[in-house]
Design a protein around this ligand. Structure first.
Ligand SMILES: [Zn+2]
Length: 172
């Protein structure tokens, strides 16, 4: 059965104070500060090199994307309501604090204003795009929406001084 689109995070969130667990649309989750995320990424860059850290975070993002998008798909019925699904997903990420997503399926492009990674890294702090986790995540998102496997490149990034981050699908 396809449920009505749950548009608010709080409608799908479940807090279990007694056991210290939290989930969103039944996916076990935890809340991390932006500062902690930036610390993990910057340390990974020191330990693994920028390229190694980028691959690690991209793959983690892709995996997270698959998990969440399959939950959206099961709960919301993706193909039956594509535009509605896209709007609901954009709203959902905004509520999670991930940034303001604009998903343009025709051009296979996703723009994000105030990406949580760029914000955690520091606006204008980087020379290259840094939102590798969201890049991998968006690869899974576009793959699911167009039903074709793609990789995604981040061409603009708020962390290197652009007004927003821009992710474009490329062939794998
Ligand atoms: Zn970025």
């Amino acid at each position: 059965m396809i449920m009505a689109l749950p548009r608010k995070v709080k409608e799908t969130a479940e807090w279990k104070r007694a056991s210290g667990e939290f989930s969103v649309i039944t996916v076990p989750a935890a809340i991390l500060s932006l500062k902690t995320f930036a610390k993990i990424q910057k340390d990974a860059e020191k330990i693994l090199g920028e390229e190694g850290a980028a691959v690690l975070l991209y793959e983690a993002g892709k995996d997270a994307g698959k998990t969440w998008i399959s939950r959206f798909h099961d709960e919301w019925g993706l193909r039956e309501a594509e535009n509605e699904f896209i709007r609901a997903a954009e709203e959902f990420y905004a509520e999670l604090g991930w940034g303001k997503f604009s998903i343009d399926i025709e051009h296979r492009t996703i723009s994000i204003k105030n990406s949580f990674i760029a914000r955690s890294y520091g606006k204008g702090e980087a020379k290259k795009p840094v939102c590798h986790f969201l890049c991998g995540y968006n690869a899974s998102l576009i793959t699911e929406l167009i039903n074709k496997v793609v990789d995604v490149e981040e061409r603009k990034c708020m962390a290197k001084g652009d007004r927003y981050c821009e992710f474009i699908a490329v062939n794998p």
